[in-house]
Each structure stands twice: as C-alpha cells, then as structure tokens.
Design a protein around this ligand. Sequence first.
Ligand code: HXC
Ligand code: NAP
Length: 289
Amino acid sequence: MTESRDVCLDSYQPMFRENLLQNQVALISGGGSGIGFRITEVFMRHGCDAIIMGRKEQRLREAAARLSSATGRTCIAAPCDVRQSEMVDSALREALSKLGNRHVNILVNGAAGNFLCAADSLTPKGFRTVLDIDAVGSFILSRCVYDRCFSKNGGGVILNISATLYYKGDVLQAHAGAAKAAVDALTRHLAVEWGDRGVRVNSLSPGPIEDTEGFDKLGGKSPMAQRMLQAIPLARFGTRTDIANAAVFLVSPAASYVSGITMVVDGGAWMTVAVPMSHARKLMPSSKL
Ligand code: HXC
Ligand code: NAP
C-alpha cells in the first residue's frame, strides 16, 4: 500500500544548480520510503537518473513511478534484500541493463532496520538482524557497486546514512547504535582504501526527522516528542528535505575534496542531553530500566 508520506514535493526550491547531477546514475537503498525517497527525489530534481532498492516490491515500484513522473527522470525499482549479496548483484545488473548499461556514479546506503528494545530483552537474533541490514548490507552494496561500476569507471561517491545514537549511548538502541558505529567505521576504512581509485566515501547522520518511520519508531508520535524537541538547539525537528539537501552537497563536485567524514544534520541535538531514562521508561514501560 502506498504510504501518504512518500509523495513528491508540490514545489521544490533548488538550493543548488539544477543540473548539478546531470548524466549521473544514483543508486539509493531504502529509496522507496522516508528519507531515502526524498533523497532520491531531490537528486533526480538535480538531473540524475536513479535506481532504488528495498524488499517490498509493490511499494518500491509505486515509488519509482511517482519519482519518475514528478521529476521527468528515470527511476528503476530494483527489489532485493541488502543482506543477500547475490540477490543484490543480480538486481543491480538487471537495473543497469534497463538503463542502457550505464554505470552507477553515486551510491547511498540508506536501508536500515530499527525498533526500541532494552538490551536485557534483546535477543542475539534481534541484535544481529539490525547489524546485518545496516552494516553488512552497506558493505555488500558498496562492494557490489565498486566491483561492477566504480572500479571500471574511474571511481564514484558513496554516502552512508548513519545516526548519532551511539555518541552518548542512547537507551533502548544498543543494536542500532552498534550498527551505525560500524557504518561510520566502514566509511573511514573505504575512504582510505578506495581514495586513490577515485572513490569518495562519507556518512550523513540525521537527527530526529519528522514524518518518517524511524521517527515514529523512536517515539515521535508519542507525548514524549515535545521532550525530544526541547533537546534540539535549533528548536525544530528536521525535515526529509533538510537531509536531502545535505546529501546533494556531499555527493556533488562541491564536496570533491571531502572524504571519510560524518556530517551530522540534527539541529545541534547530539551536543545536548541524550534521551533521559525517564523518557525511555515511558516509551517502554515493560522494560526493567
Ligand atoms: C525486540 C525485535 C523486535 C522488537 C524484531 N525483533 N522486532 N526484538 N523488539 N520490536 C527481533 C527479534 O529477535 C526477531 O527475531 C528479529 O529481530 C528478526 O525480526 P524479523 O521481523 O524476522 O526481521 P526482518 O523481517 O528482517 O525485519 C527487520 C526489522 C523490521 C528491523 C525487525 O523492523 C524492518 O524490516 N524494519 C525496516 C524499516 C525500519 O525499521 N525503518 C526504520 C529505520 S529508522 P524472532 O526470533 O522474534 O523472529 C532508523 C533510525 C535510526 O534506523 C536512528 C534514529 C534517531
Ligand atoms: P524507512 O522509511 O523505514 O527507511 C528504511 C528503508 O530501508 C525502507 O525503504 C526499507 O524498505 C529499506 N530496508 C530495510 N531493510 C532492508 C533490507 N534488508 N534490504 C533492502 N532494503 C531494506 O525509515 P527512515 O526513518 O526514512 O530511515 C532512513 C535512513 O535514515 C535509515 O538509514 C535510518 O537509520 C536513518 N535515520 C533516520 C532517522 C529518522 O529520524 N527517521 C534518524 C537517524 C537516521 P523495505 O522495507 O521495502 O525493505
């Protein structure tokens, strides 16, 4: 079913030259929903064609159709599970053939999974599942795009979508924090190893972004959302377009000497208090916190 939040913008005020990403192909995992959907839309509004990946085939195909129709560019749905390397490679191969055997120039690793769970209730399988999607999935897709495209085409750009959860050890998020810490480490390792092959690799860490599944899962719809707001120096939640605009900068030639960094786009929230324990107890009254 189409989720109402994943619609294209009625109007978009370009922050950059409109043809900034002209003739590029961007692959966005998680591009069928939420932040990834808006990143894909804003990239396409700057002139590139796109491939989006996710597991829910119908949602992905509907998203690709909406993105193509709103931007006039081509968006290919490439359904797959980023944890399965052979499935990812064959989805990529098929998508590239639909694009006339062009190469991917920009990869955004946005696919992720999350839920609230206290560490003393979390099973090894739950921990592993989130690590597998976020960290192993980012590695699998990076390797696949590197092998199939970047290594044959003089390089490219990788943008890993991360989170600030682990900076202060946020409660109920041991699995997601550990996964995103691994993602940020992967950013640095690949930036070093692949730099002289023309590959730039960076992370982008959103803060709480309204109107997303991640925000809802972390209590954005609960009465505690006001408490979260009070911890944000810029005094508002982020929007998906805030993240997309920062992403355009990081993948564009404007950032051609930027590699191995994590750009935090959170209104300054990571510098203030972490989620208070009292807040966490209200979000999960069944936990022993
Ligand atoms: C405790 C849970 C759980 C829950 C799943 N598990 N849900 N544990 N509380 N609510 C554990 C169980 O151990 C379960 O094993 C294991 O995870 C695997 O669950 P499955 O449902 O079989 O996995 P899967 O189908 O692969 O789904 C993955 C998922 C799901 C992560 C659990 O939620 C998903 O697909 N999410 C994608 C969308 C999403 O989460 N978007 C938000 C991203 S936001 P058992 O033994 O029970 O089967 C984000 C925000 C970061 O990342 C930071 C924000 C500031
Ligand atoms: P979202 O809409 O649920 O995005 C997650 C996407 O990942 C979905 O499109 C999902 O599609 C895809 N995905 C999940 N597991 C996958 C798998 N195994 N294989 C392929 N695709 C998979 O949530 P969001 O809130 O917009 O989050 C987007 C990104 O921003 C994530 O990396 C998240 O960690 C990060 N982030 C979000 C926030 C926030 O406030 N929302 C804050 C910090 C960081 P399918 O279900 O179809 O597979």
